[in-house]
Each structure stands twice: as C-alpha cells, then as structure tokens.
Design a protein around this ligand. Structure first.
Ligand SMILES: [Zn+2]
Length: 261
C-alpha cells in the first residue's frame, strides 16, 4: 500500500531513470488506469517531452515536463513503478510505460487498478484541485496543530485524512502513533501540547527513517511495529500482545500497554 515513504522511493528511482531525459513515447497498455485524460491525449502530450523535474506531494508523484504541465501518478492500493530495460521485462500489471529516447523506460503498475495516471497544469494546481493538505514530511509543529484543530475524529483517522495532511495512510499512521505512544482512538483535538509535540516528532522520524530503508519492513528498526503488523504479535517494546481493532473504519494495530487511552 504505497504511502509517503513508498512514493518518495518511487520518486527517487524515477528521478534517477528519467531526469532531463526525453520521453520517446508513452504506451497505454490498460486505459482503465487513466484518470482525467484519454490514451490519445496522454500519448500526444508526453511524446518528445523532456523530464524537467520530479516532485512528490503526499502520495502523489509528479513528473514535470519541459514546456509546462505534468504527469500525475497515484498508486492506489497495489501500485508501483520501476525502471525497465525493454519490452520483455513487462508484466500483466504494468499498465502505462514511458519509453525513453535512447533506451529503457519506466513502467507504472497496478494490480487492482486503484491507481491513477492523469495530467495537471502544475503541482500547485493538483494540490488545489484535490484539496490536499500540506505534505506530511515537511509539516512543522504549527502545521500539525492547524491540521488537528477542531478535529473531533480519532487521531488515526485525522492523520490519514489527505485533506488535512497528505501522505500518511493505514500502515504509517499506526507506526507514528506507536512511536508517539498515543492510542489511535484519542480525539485529535483533545491532544495536549506535549502530546502534539511528541506526535510531530514521531511523524518526521518515522517517515524519514522509512524513506532511508526504501520503505522495506525487513530493514526497519527492531523497535517498530510495521514489520510485525498482525494481531497477537509481541510488542517490540513491552512484549505485550499487538491488538487489531477497527478505528474509523480501518484496521488499527497498536499495543494497549504502550498506547494508553
Ligand atoms: Zn507495548
């Protein structure tokens, strides 16, 4: 489930593969992944364009093109992106491919088609149109306080609301709350100033460390719960049982002893 650290990892790979290179052609192998654009328009708008920059906002990845406009990638539940050398490396779930002038390309995959490939005028236009909140990685303490103010939702739901804070989903909200020692169902607006500070530190620390290990659970610190995200697993801090409970319609994993209400 690509969240901010996964998408940032895709961005870095995309940057390494495509920056300042020219897109020879775009191949749409399954138009069901296309959002606000037809296959014809996408092919026409990308052909011959150079990749001027790559950007990420929350869970959205943007490919800025020379002469303006950008390609927008969103990975839904089961999507990904990887550099490929040629056609023979393509699989059934690769839906859109950017072929680069010279050689190779980048494949955008989606198993269950929940992702999206679209066009936008700019990153700013996308953020405005989708009403996305500030990016979680660059959020300062005040920005976090603004996002939580007056929010009567549980803190886990508040962290996952992309219109309040962009980038955090089900897995990383659990890790952040575990590291901050906060129960997932605490009302967001009820956090004390000290709890908010602790939460802010955990948001930055968890996202940065996850990016460092390319969002690979096998390489995450031993005191994290993400690698042992199943009910009944031992808490890496106190040895108690990790609990699974529905909070705001999503499965929250947490330790009742470490994360008291
Ligand atoms: Zn514990």
């Amino acid at each position: 489930v690509p969240e901010l650290p996964d998408v940032e990892t895709f961005r870095r790979d995309l940057d390494a593969a495509t920056l300042r290179r020219r897109i020879a052609s775009a191949s749409v192998r399954d138009p069901r992944l296309l959002g606000n654009v037809s296959a014809d328009t996408l092919r026409r708008r990308l052909r011959g364009r150079r990749v001027a920059a790559t950007r990420r906002h929350g869970k959205h990845l943007l490919v800025e093109l020379d002469r303006g406009g950008c390609l927008v990638l969103h990975f839904g539940m089961t999507g990904g992106l990887r550099a490929i050398a040629g056609e023979d490396e393509l699989g059934a779930h690769d839906r859109v491919v950017l072929w680069l002038a010279g050689d190779g390309g980048v494949a955008v995959s989606s198993v269950r088609l929940f992702g999206e490939v679209s066009l936008a005028d700019s990153a700013e236009a996308l953020i405005r149109d989708r009403r996305l909140g500030p990016d979680a990685l660059t959020l300062d303490e005040r920005g976090l306080a603004d996002a939580l103010r007056g929010n009567r939702a549980g803190i886990k739901s508040a962290l996952m609301n992309q219109q309040r804070i962009a980038g955090i989903g089900n897995v990383y909200s659990d890790e952040i709350l575990f590291q901050a020692r906060l129960h997932p169902a605490i009302i967001a607006a009820d956090l004390s100033a000290a709890e908010r500070r602790r939460l802010h530190r955990a948001v930055g620390a968890v996202l940065r460390q996850a990016i460092e290990v390319r969002a690979d659970p096998a390489r995450m610190p031993p005191e994290w719960i993400t690698p042992r995200r199943h009910a009944g697993a031992p808490c890496p801090v106190c040895g108690g049982e990790i609990e699974r409970r529905s909070v705001g319609g999503r499965s929250a994993y947490f330790c009742r002893r470490c994360q008291k209400r």
